[in-house]
Design a protein around this ligand. Structure first.
Ligand code: ADP
Ligand code: MG
Ligand code: MG
Length: 198
């Protein structure tokens, strides 16, 4: 593993593209259990990220995460903006002075700080049908060095049968059952695209 600022920016470009390509789908997932805007929210944030990267041309991993955090916090109105924003702000702090992430152990520490940010800010637990249902198993699988597509896909799909305990989906109670969580889906894109650089 040799993840430098080049790989981090390539990863986040891939993530932005994946969000753009699936914008309508993410908003569709958010329609029966939310307010139908998750794809549009994420797309607005990632468009701002691309613009800001172009303007500022950061040359460290930490500064790259900071630009992403600021873009998401400033442009995404929904719950997902501050939650992803806090994750990437924690990852900004976790990578200060780091030029290369070269092991699963190092990577797990960075992603875990992101997950802790989401947990602290949103106060959700595993199984509450949120993006954390993807972040938590991903952190464990990186620690265990068995991080792969299947783990990400299964974690995302497992949100389908759950009642939500946090966020707008909690307002619909049992009617959330049968619908995959939109934030878990956008998080699955984040980690699927990361796999390309490991
Ligand atoms: P909003 O619900 O404000 O419209 P979005 O639609 O952009 O915001 O994001 C919804 C997603 O945010 C949900 O699918 C869920 O994954 C995530 N989410 C909501 N509340 C929480 C929370 N407290 N902790 C973690 N994730 C959450
Ligand atoms: Mg929404
Ligand atoms: Mg909304």
């Amino acid at each position: 593993m040799n993840i430098t600022v080049v790989e981090v920016q390539a990863w986040l470009d891939d993530f932005a593209k994946k969000i753009e390509d699936n914008k309508d789908y993410l908003s569709l997932l958010d329609t029966p259990i939310g307010d139908g805007d998750h794809g549009n929210n994420m797309s607005r944030g990632m468009t701002e990220y691309k613009k800001s990267i172009e303007d500022k041309q950061p040359n460290t991993i930490s500064d790259t995460f900071k630009i992403l955090a600021m873009a998401l916090i400033s442009k995404v109105g929904g719950a997902s903006g501050p939650l992803y924003g806090t994750a990437f702000m924690n990852m900004t702090k976790a990578t200060v002075g780091i030029d290369v992430i070269s092991s699963y152990e190092e990577l797990s520490k960075v992603i875990e700080q992101g997950q802790i940010g989401i947990s602290t800010r949103g106060k959700a637990d595993f199984g509450d049908k949120t993006m954390l249902d993807v972040w938590i198993p991903v952190v464990s699988s990186i620690k265990d060095e068995n991080f792969n597509d299947e783990i990400i896909e299964n974690a995302k799909n497992a949100t389908k049968d759950l009642v939500a305990k946090k966020g707008r989906a909690s307002y619909v109670g049992e009617r959330a059952i049968g619908h995959i969580d939109p934030g878990a889906t956008s998080s699955s894109y984040l980690f699927e695209t990361l796999l390309n650089y490991i």
